[in-house]
Design a protein around this ligand. Structure first.
Ligand code: NAP
Length: 299
């Protein structure tokens, strides 16, 4: 299943996430993912695993046009003591990512977060240039609010093809997603599995998920346990299928081979309308995947 992101390109609806996977493990897990049918790999300059992703791609024997690769430019963040990338540093960042990946273009290049303040548009203009050069077939943003997207529109620049944001039943962002839908900006959902008790436990809880949220997932009467049982699927499959039925692309991450297989096996069941409606009222606002809080809700 693919989702159209502009006139010329579509994105596979289920991609493989690679955050918190180190470079050596990325080679192993991306190889596994490609073997079981994933055709979209999501990486980032900041994940420090682009080289491992590239090795897995080369070893797979798949043609370049058979796999969709997303990577992201780290914008810098003055609040964390980092300089902001200017126009030429942004251009150079993709060259460096392509070098690490061993590719001459990526399918999708994103600004990882809206941290560049007054230089946000300068970074976006650099992505427009990279698109013109063909080094990025499609371009988009991540963690942008509607105000950040408005800024691009008001400046008369190219509308981002996608906005990659945290989306799951506990962070549904109804206003932002309807704003995006009206403007044809496709939502790519990250951290779909937040409600699971297991979410990022193996990685050591690098997030702002509360203890209360984690505890909820361990209870026998946990809503997603009951819903998963009803459809005879796992809780992870239910959460990912929810994202697909909302029209989002999803990016499950796992280093566990059985879970990697399970997380793409989402097309043999459908969540009924009344259960979609029951999930619609579970929204709790901002996401939790970032230790500093959901960047979409920060200005
Ligand atoms: N743009 C951004 O700012 C941003 C932020 C966060 C994430 N992302 C992207 O989105 C991807 C996914 O998000 P994420 O890594 O936060 O989390 P996720 O995919 O929602 O969940 C991953 C966590 O769930 C566990 N898990 C995976 N499949 C499972 C299953 N079937 N059953 C039980 N547990 C399971 C994993 O552990 P095991 O590995 O042990 O299975 C891991 O702890 C990232 O890898 C990254 O590519 C982007």
């Amino acid at each position: 299943m693919e989702i159209q992101i502009n006139d010329a390109a579509s994105i596979p609806a289920v991609g493989f996430g690679t955050y918190l996977i180190n470079d050596a493990q990325a080679e192993i897990s991306v190889t596994e993912a490609l073997q079981v049918g994933y055709r979209h790999i999501d990486t980032a300059e900041g994940y420090q695993n682009e080289a491992g992703v590239g090795r897995a791609l080369r070893a797979s024997g798949l043609g370049r046009d058979e796999v969709f690769i997303t990577t992201k430019m780290w914008p810098g963040n003055p609040a964390w003591g980092q300089p902001i990338k200017d126009y030429s540093a942004t251009i150079a960042a993709l060259d460096s990512s392509l070098d690490s990946l061993g590719l001459d273009y990526v399918d999708l290049y994103l600004i990882h977060a809206p941290f560049a303040g007054a230089q946000r548009l300068e970074q976006w203009q650099a992505l427009e240039e990279l698109r013109r050069q063909g080094k990025a077939r499609s371009i988009g943003v991540s963690n942008f609010s509607s105000a950040h997207l408005d800024e691009i529109q008001t400046a008369g620049l190219y509308t981002p093809d996608v906005n990659q944001i945290e989306l799951h039943p506990w962070s549904q962002k109804p206003e932002l997603t309807s704003y995006m839908q009206q403007r044809g900006i496709v939502a790519v959902a990250y951290s779909s599995l937040v409600p699971l008790a297991e979410w990022r436990v193996a990685e050591g809880h690098d997030s702002s998920k509360s203890e209360e949220m984690t505890q909820a997932g361990t209870r026998e009467d946990f809503s997603f346990k009951k819903l998963a049982a009803k459809y005879q699927v796992t809780e992870a499959q239910f959460l990912l299928r929810w994202g697909l039925q909302k029209g989002y692309a999803v990016l499950p991450k796992s280093t566990n081979p059985a879970r990697i297989r399970q997380n793409i096996d989402l097309f043999y069941f459908e969540i009924a309308e009344d259960d979609m409606a029951a999930v619609a009222v579970m929204d709790q606002g901002p996401g939790v995947a970032w230790t500093s809080g959901d960047p979409v809700f920060q200005q």
